[in-house]
Design a protein around this ligand. Structure first.
Ligand code: NAP
Length: 244
């Protein structure tokens, strides 16, 4: 446990980011949790964590990761960040032929440029400290591609490419950069999928279950902690065996 380290999690108002924030506080990190719209949910998280683990263990801040000025303000609010979890993301299901340029741009603005903005804002402190840890949340679809999610798959593949290249560039500064590629996880992101589709996805998963946000949160804690000190540039699949 290291109570002096600060972790910033983007998109932490719900789903995987929320579970990661809770898990990191349990591990002794102070967390700064970013959200874009879900103010009430972010406030609930703030209240829960500060009541349970002591005032100051969690701070929340509203910002759109696609907007550079808002991300810069987020990092001024956060102060030095030791662990950055680039989790904020959007998904969309549409035939490739129906995708608009606006769909494509928004997907890349949030899921790729958001990671770019956050990494650039986090790095001056990390490079100065000669330590730091960046954990990007990609997707198994970034590894193998998903039908009707071409822009999402391309964006998540870009995050894997950024992870590998940044790990090489930042290794000499003792900064780790890794990536988690979740399988199907029960969050609002999948709320539109009908029961039949969820059943099929469950059956296609060797472990026979849909993942939970805490499955990803535990992987985040592993990559954020000392047990993974010699790991960088890797893509950790947390997918019940869906992609092997
Ligand atoms: P979710 O339940 O839809 O939550 C998404 C989170 O991202 C919310 O907190 C949302 O904030 C935030 N967000 C969205 N756009 C944002 C923006 N422009 N700026 C800042 N925050 C933004 O999604 P999830 O399932 O937890 O997914 C988290 C990450 O895991 C995503 O990167 C996703 O692609 C990835 N992933 C998920 C699955 C899955 O099956 N669920 C699988 C593979 C990968 P507000 O609520 O405040 O708008």
């Amino acid at each position: 446990m290291d109570s002096t380290k600060t972790a910033l999690i983007t998109g932490g108002s719900r789903g995987i980011g929320n579970a990661a924030a809770r898990a990191l506080v349990r591990e002794g990190f102070r967390v700064v949790v970013n959200y874009r719209t879900a103010e009430a949910a972010a406030r609930r998280l703030w209240e829960d964590l500060n009541e349970s683990y002591g005032m100051g263990c969690c701070r929340v801040y509203r910002a759109d990761v696609a907007d550079r000025a808002q991300v810069e303000a987020l990092f001024r609010f956060a102060g030095g960040v030791d662990v950055l979890v680039n989790n904020a993301g959007i998904a969309q299901q549409k035939l490739f032929t129906d995708l608009t340029e606006r769909d494509w741009d928004r997907m890349f603005d949030v899921d790729v440029k958001g990671v770019f903005h956050c990494c650039q804002c986090a790095l001056p402190y990390m490079i100065h400290q000669k330590h730091g840890n960046i954990i990007n949340i990609s997707s198994m679809w970034g590894q193998v591609g998903a039908s009707c999610e071409v822009h999402y798959s391309a964006a998540k593949a870009a995050v894997i490419g950024m992870t590998r290249a940044l790990a090489k560039e930042l290794g000499p500064s003792k900064i780790q950069v890794n990536c988690i590629a979740p399988g199907v996880i029960a969050t609002e992101m999948n709320a539109d999928l009908d029961e039949e589709t969820m059943k099929t996805l469950r059956e296609e998963t060797p472990l026979g279950v849909i993942g939970k946000p805490r499955d990803i949160a535990q992987a985040v804690c592993f990559l954020a902690g000392a047990q993974s000190d010699f790991i960088t540039g890797q893509v950790l699949g947390v997918n019940g065996g869906m992609i092997i």
